[in-house]
Ligand binder design. Structure first.
Ligand code: NAD
Length: 475
């Protein structure tokens, strides 16, 4: 059985104490590889390697660093097929999604920041009699990156690429549930000739590896994506060393559909925005609100579309719904469905598991007749479960959309752009889509309000996070 290795100081290396965890294919329920169960001592080795590599890496010009990023991007693209297959086996997501979204975006993360870093230069203020001011950026030092399982390589590289571009050296931890593509990325970095210690990847559990990264005094900044519960633990662990923190956390996003929307486009996109990646995307619109005159027609059409989604072997090219990521997550989602029933929810479609071998499959589930304030509508499920609720006024739907602890994303559907923008400005979230979903210009800020996030990724925002900013003022 394949043993995944850590990547420290340019070498692929086993954990110091030789301990491993089983890595399960969620579509079969079978162990198919092993992942290092690394501990604080492995993190220490990685931090030492990153410290050693920092002076030379940070001294390179932006365009010299960009060449490495660009090479890595090309190699990801060259290896699209094996990377996509590895992602699908590790995560349970349909191969069509791995091939068209996860792996291309991982390559783009590197190519985008290889260009963006060249524009992220020092700049001058115009002289208004208060001195001749310039602003300089310098890499903050050794940084940590901790990422989740839902978009494994995509979110891992969304942090690692800008950190490297900014001139930082990195100690990164992928999710222990989906470690395979980060391991393959380590091999790609070797092939690209990335200098030893510039990127270090330590696999293992959050409470061991993640916590050691959060507490390490030599790690100057930490970018995390995962649940709000973990984000709060990281904030506590990081407080002692006062390291800079960027936190991307949970979401419970509203999908607001006005009666004057483009019906077919709204319907087709709502199927995706509710159930893509088995609903395991932080941006999924798991709370669908439909203006009452359209409610019945839209709900019935949506049910028909969801019922015919093809569920099965994620490696089959036509599969649209794969497995959820793990047994633990399967049980959590099933218990959320059971709770929705006790809260008075009426299951319109789904609501049960699907027996395909020993895999963790759940039928895409749509629920109505729930209060916007019940737990199902307030807490993150992060699975193939969406609720649908009619609304009568803009005021009501804005109040419901904003009623959760989260504030990551929202979607509005209407052919009246003024109305859509008016509502968008009142939604408490870091991003609002109007008549689209998941469209992203990587230069724009990405992140959440309230308990969904602190700080922003994307473009210059994440480059600033990984940089010290210095003002030099000449009299
Ligand atoms: P998680 O919080 O359980 O784990 C995320 C990462 O943190 C993993 O690598 C994990 O090992 C690590 N971790 C766990 N405990 C830790 C600790 N005590 N200290 C340090 N690290 C620790 O999240 P998950 O289950 O992997 O992912 C799902 C969650 O991620 C959902 O809540 C989802 O909304 C969120 N998410 C948010 C975004 C966003 O952009 N806001 C994107 C994707 C996923």
């Amino acid at each position: 059985m394949e043993k995944i290795l850590n990547y420290i100081g340019g070498e692929l290396t086993p954990p110091l104490d030789g301990a491993y965890l089983d890595n399960v294919n969620p579509a079969t329920g079978k162990v198919y590889s092993q992942v290092p169960d690394s501990k604080a001592a492995d993190v220490k080795r990685a931090v030492d390697a990153a410290k050693k590599a920092f002076p030379a890496w940070s001294a390179l010009s932006a365009s010299e660093r960009a060449k490495y990023l660009s090479k890595i991007s090309d190699l990801i693209t060259k290896n699209l097929e094996p990377l996509a297959l590895a992602e699908t086996i590790d995560n349970g997501k349909p191969i069509s999604v791995s091939k068209s979204v996860d792996i291309p975006r991982s390559a783009e993360n590197f190519s985008f920041f290889s260009e963006m870093i060249k524009e992220f230069t020092s700049y001058e203020f115009d002289d208004r009699g208060k001195g001749r001011n310039t602003v300089h950026h310098s890499p903050v030092g050794v940084v940590g990156c901790i990422s989740p399982w839902n978009l494994p390589l995509y979110l891992f590289t969304w942090k690692v690429a800008p950190a490297l571009a900014a001139g930082c050296t990195v100690v990164a931890k992928p999710s222990e549930v989906t470690p395979m593509t980060a391991y393959l990325l380590a091999k790609i970095c070797q092939e690209a000739g990335l200098p030893p210690g510039v990127l270090n990847i330590v696999h293992g559990l959050g409470q061991n590896v993640g916590s050691a990264i959060s507490k390490d005094p030599d790690i100057k900044a930490l970018s995390f994506t995962g649940s709000t519960v973990t984000g709060k633990m990281i904030a506590k662990d990081a407080a002692e060393t006062m390291k800079r923190l960027h936190l991307e956390m949970g979401g419970k996003n509203a999908n607001i559909i006005f009666a004057d929307c483009d019906f077919e486009k709204t319907l087709e996109t709502t199927v995706r925005s509710s159930f893509a990646n088995q609903g395991q995307i932080c941006l999924c619109g798991s709370r669908i609100f439909v203006e009452r005159p359209l409610y019945e027609k839209f709900r019935n059409a949506l049910v028909e579309k969801v019922k015919v989604l093809k569920q099965g072997d994620p490696t089959h090219p036509e599969t649209q719904q794969g497995a959820v990521v793990s047994k633990i997550h399967f049980e959590k989602v099933m218990s959320c469905i059971a709770r929705a029933k006790t809260e008075g929810g009426k299951i319109l479609t789904g609501g049960h598991d699907v027996k395909i071998g020993e895999g963790y499959f759940i039928a895409p589930t749509l629920i109505e007749e729930l209060s916007p304030y019940c737990k199902t509508n307030q807490e993150e499920v992060f699975g193939p479960v969406a609720t649908i609720t009619p609304f009568d006024s803009e005021e009501d739907v804005i109040e419901w959309a904003n009623s959760t602890q989260y504030g990551l994303a929202g979607t509005i559907w209407s052919n009246d752009e003024n109305k859509a923008e008016r509502v968008a400005l009142k939604i408490d979230s870091g991003i609002v889509w109007i008549n689209t979903w998941m469209l992203r210009d990587l230069r724009t800020p990405f992140g959440g309000m309230k308990e969904s996030g602190r700080g922003r990724e994307g473009g210059k925002y994440i480059l600033e996070f990984f940089s010290n900013v210095k003002n030099i003022c000449k009299g």
